[in-house]
Write a protein that binds this ligand. Structure first.
Ligand SMILES: Cc1cc2nc3c(=O)[nH]c(=O)nc-3n(C[C@H](O)[C@H](O)[C@H](O)COP(=O)(O)O)c2cc1C
Length: 190
């Protein structure tokens, strides 16, 4: 069965390394019939700078953020797809702030029962993917860690495509090895 994939790009650069990696990933994924939607986190109109920890989402039955803006729509889409991809440049050994703003608001996609020590989420069973690149070859493992742990915690399958030594924005265009790797990764996921 063909997969539905949602890609959230955390790069502010329209023609940078993250965009190219997403494009190559898409080229591979569509070979197997996957449907892909790509959303730029930088272009989302947000009412708040990330999760406000109001915890109102924990009082509702629905798995949705009570703050209604563009991020709410992205969160809704996450529940509709099979695969959630978070793509980001390495910014000081972590993901970009643009992506983190979306990531933290995924809080509303969980329901915790602290008394029972239990948690429920409709994310369970999906695939969670990180695509990231860095100028150097230090830090992508640190970036990957919160995504790995979130996938484990949530019951999502985890995969990643990490490209060190990618150079400055756009330089990855000349990196044939990264190109081939991203297409192969897309084929595998799609
Ligand atoms: C604010 C900022 C922080 C960065 N921090 C790092 C870093 O800690 N380590 C690194 O190797 N590259 C770092 N880089 C380089 C980018 O991660 C790298 O060039 C990436 O491939 C750019 O992707 P993009 O073109 O999609 O933005 C940084 C770049 C910026 C603008």
């Amino acid at each position: 069965m063909s997969k539905n994939i949602l890609v959230i790009s955390g790069s502010p650069k329209k023609d940078g390394n993250t965009s190219l990696l997403i494009e190559w990933f898409k080229q591979g994924a569509v070979v197997n019939g996957a449907r892909i939607e790509i959303i730029s986190a930088a272009s989302l109109k947000c009412k708040v700078n990330g999760c406000t920890s109001c915890r109102m989402c924990q009082k509702n039955k629905e798995y949705e953020c009570v703050i209604k803006d563009d991020v709410t729509k992205v969160l809704k889409k996450m529940l509709e797809v099979d695969v959630i991809v978070m793509a980001t440049p390495l910014y000081f050994f972590g993901p970009s702030a643009q992506l983190k703003i979306v990531f933290d608001r995924m809080f509303s996609l969980y329901k915790w029962d602290n008394d029972a020590g239990s948690m429920q989420t409709p994310l369970k069973g999906k695939t969670f993917i990180v695509i990231a690149s860095a100028f150097e070859d230090v830090g992508l493992d640190a970036l990957e860690k919160p995504f790995v742990l979130t996938a484990e915690y949530t019951g999502m399958k985890f995969e990643s495509l990490l490209i060190p030594n990618a150079g400055v924005s756009g330089a990855i265009k000349a990196n044939n090895k990264a190109h081939q790797k991203a297409i192969a990764f897309g084929k595998k996921v799609g």
